[in-house]
Design a protein around this ligand. Structure first.
Ligand code: MTE
Length: 309
């Protein structure tokens, strides 16, 4: 029999689990097995598709309320305020395709829905730390970037993966003369293969809102947020370190590596503490945003490079 496994967001809006139940469901599951399939809590007990929560990544902080994470954003293609969310709704989320090119055996363009058929979605709650010293803790839905590497099959000689993001007529900030669009970001293949590196297509159990990078974005929780490129339209493989957007603008302020470190100040402000979105609380910043056990080993041979800016 042919079974259709619906994604959590393919159900009618009226059946979507209210957020307070989702959050309660998450807290109930804390401490359960590493990957837990969530039974849905729909009105009337009807079953709905399940996205497993990967319990290996415990955030150690309360979740940021959705209303803050989705209304306080950085998205320079629209403008340089934090209030892009309404304007960003104009960015069409389908059809959406991603070009794969560079050092790979089979360069091609892939439709996002064909890509999603080849992956298993899971939810991960990660801390996110912006270089501007604000932070949030949010549940991303998506799949490991290492899975994308397997699908793309880069050549063994490729050393970097590079992400280019959308330039669309609805993005009024693209005409600002100062910024070298398109927005480009990249990491080494080793970083991309790390278990933490994630491609996100959802947030709070819903499709990724356009303002947060919908329909598909990068999520690299141990790095400053500017590395996590939104609205990806092209992924390339290369053996040369890419020129990235923020590094091109201000190389003394934003480096290629951009790993979070409380001891290395931004030239214009301290990185020792961070403000939690939705409150005025300031908490100490952690090395690699608290993910040192998972990622510090990636940099053991790179001690002489500017890893933390
Ligand atoms: N991606 C694109 N395409 N354009 C951007 O301006 N801003 C980055 C990153 N990705 C940005 C981007 C920065 S500075 C941060 S902190 C995060 O997105 C913010 O993600 P959020 O709005 O979902 O919190």
């Amino acid at each position: 029999m042919h079974m259709i496994r619906r994604r959590a967001w393919e159900i009618p809006e009226r059946l979507v689990t209210p957020e307070h139940l989702v959050v309660k469901r998450r807290s109930l599951l804390a401490g359960a097995a590493a990957m837990t399939i969530l039974p849905s809590l729909l009105p009337g007990g009807a079953a709905r598709a399940d996205v497993p929560v990967n319990q290996a990544f415990q955030p150690g902080r309360p979740l940021t309320e959705e209303k803050y994470a989705t209304t306080y954003n950085n998205y320079y293609e629209f403008n340089d305020s934090k209030s892009v969310w309404q304007e960003a709704q104009a960015l069409k989320q389908r059809p959406w395709s991603i070009k794969l090119d560079g050092m790979m055996a089979k360069p091609r363009t892939i439709d996002i829905d064909d890509l999603l058929k080849q992956v298993s979605l899971e939810e991960r709650i990660y801390r996110h730390r912006c270089v501007e010293a604000w932070a949030m803790t949010v549940p991303w839905t998506g799949f490991p970037l290492s899975r994308l590497l397997k699908i793309a099959e880069p050549l063994g000689s490729a050393k970097y993966i590079v992400f280019q993001t959308a330039q669309d007529k609805v993005m009024s900030g693209l005409s600002a003369p100062f910024y070298p669009f398109p927005y480009i970001e990249g990491v080494t293949i080793d970083e991309a293969a790390n278990d933490l590196a994630f491609i996100s297509t959802g947030l709070y159990g819903k499709p990724m809102p356009p303002q947060n990078g919908g329909p598909i974005r990068l999520t690299l929780p141990w790095k400053y947020g500017f590395k996590s490129a939104k609205a990806i339209v092209k992924i390339s493989f290369t053996d040369k370190q890419p020129d990235t957007f923020w590094e091109a603008i201000a190389p003394s302020e934003y480096g290629f590596w951009a790993n979070v470190n409380p001891a290395v100040s931004h030239p214009r402000w301290s990185q020792a503490t961070e403000r939690l979105l939705g409150s005025d609380e300031r908490v100490p910043t952690q090395l690699f945003n608290g993910y040192a056990p998972q990622v510090a080993g990636l940099y053991s041979d790179r001690k002489n490079e500017k890893l933390f800016m």
